[in-house]
Design a protein around this ligand. Structure first.
Ligand SMILES: NC(=O)c1ccc[n+]([C@@H]2O[C@H](COP(=O)([O-])OP(=O)(O)OC[C@H]3O[C@@H](n4cnc5c(N)ncnc54)[C@H](OP(=O)(O)O)[C@@H]3O)[C@@H](O)[C@H]2O)c1
Length: 243
């Protein structure tokens, strides 16, 4: 049993793909989940289905103020959070392109959403975790952060920054009861992947529901002892469920 009933979690980028799969998995375990993204139709559908288990908000992670409002809405209602999943991401560019052909603005967008946006939300929510000496942060990363390839410049650099921040936070928060995990979900059949590599066969890609399971596991007490490590979906196999 993962014992997530009534626990309070925040998932960014929950309008589709991995974030939506994580939110649904947590909600089906009875957890309370605050979700955000720029588009809200899919978030509203979660609210219609799960009612008061859900807080949803339109948030652009490029905008600090919108993150602060989201954080205050959550803390006003729940007083604290048990876990945060920094999942939302952008490639920064419409199609993959060489770094030398990328603009300052494209790199800035990737850094703002994937790195600075995650940092901002952590800084808003972390005090409530530290005060209770209990909490978990899962930062979703990508293999290109550690194996950079031509064409992935803006995105890979932002994920590398996120990884560096995660290791530092994990070390700093040791002794404060807050775990920090880096999680690589693998190549999934999602909009982000379709935009990056449209030639890939969707049948060869992981389903976001599959890659969501280890995140749910890491958010539970079962994930204790793994803080400060970079984990990949492939290390978990098929064996994680709530039984
Ligand atoms: N798919 C893969 O193969 C793959 C591989 C390795 C790692 N990952 C990682 O897995 C995570 C999930 O990716 P995915 O494949 O599920 O991507 P996705 O389907 O494109 O979903 C991305 C989510 O992020 C939100 N988002 C994007 N820009 C935002 C912004 N400025 N402010 C707020 N929300 C924003 C999107 O909603 P809105 O557009 O409505 O804002 C959407 O909900 C990401 O961290 C990604 O880097 C994916």
């Amino acid at each position: 049993m993962l014992n997530l009933k009534d626990r309070r979690f925040v998932v960014t980028g929950a309008s589709r793909g991995l974030g939506l799969a994580v939110a649904r998995a947590l909600l089906s375990e009875g957890a309370l989940v605050a979700v955000c993204s720029r588009s809200t139709d899919d978030l509203k559908r979660l609210y219609s289905h799960y009612g008061e288990q859900v807080i949803y908000s339109e948030v652009n992670l490029e905008d600090q103020r919108s993150i602060e409002v989201f954080g205050s809405t959550i803390l006003d209602k729940w007083s604290w959070v048990d876990g945060l999943v920094n999942n939302a991401s952008t490639l920064g560019v419409r199609r993959l392109k060489f770094l030398m052909d990328s603009s300052y603005d494209e790199l800035e967008e990737a850094l703002r959403v994937n790195y600075l946006g995650a940092f901002k939300l952590i800084s808003v929510l972390l005090p409530s975790m530290v005060a209770r000496r209990r909490g978990v942060i899962v930062n979703v990363t990508s293999d290109v952060a550690v194996k950079p390839e031509a064409g992935w410049g803006a995105y890979a650099a932002s994920k590398a920054a996120l990884e560096c921040m995660s290791y530092i936070l994990a070390a700093e928060l040791r002794g404060f009861g807050v775990r920090v995990h880096l999680y690589d979900p693998g190549d999934m059949d999602t909009e982000l992947h379709r935009r990056a590599l449209p030639e890939d066969d969707p049948d060869e890609l992981l389903k976001p529901e599959h890659s969501a399971k280890p995140i749910v596991y890491l958010l539970s007490e079962a994930g204790m002892g793994l803080s400060g490590r970079r984990l990949s979906v492939h290390e978990f196999g098929d064996g994680i469920n709530s039984e």
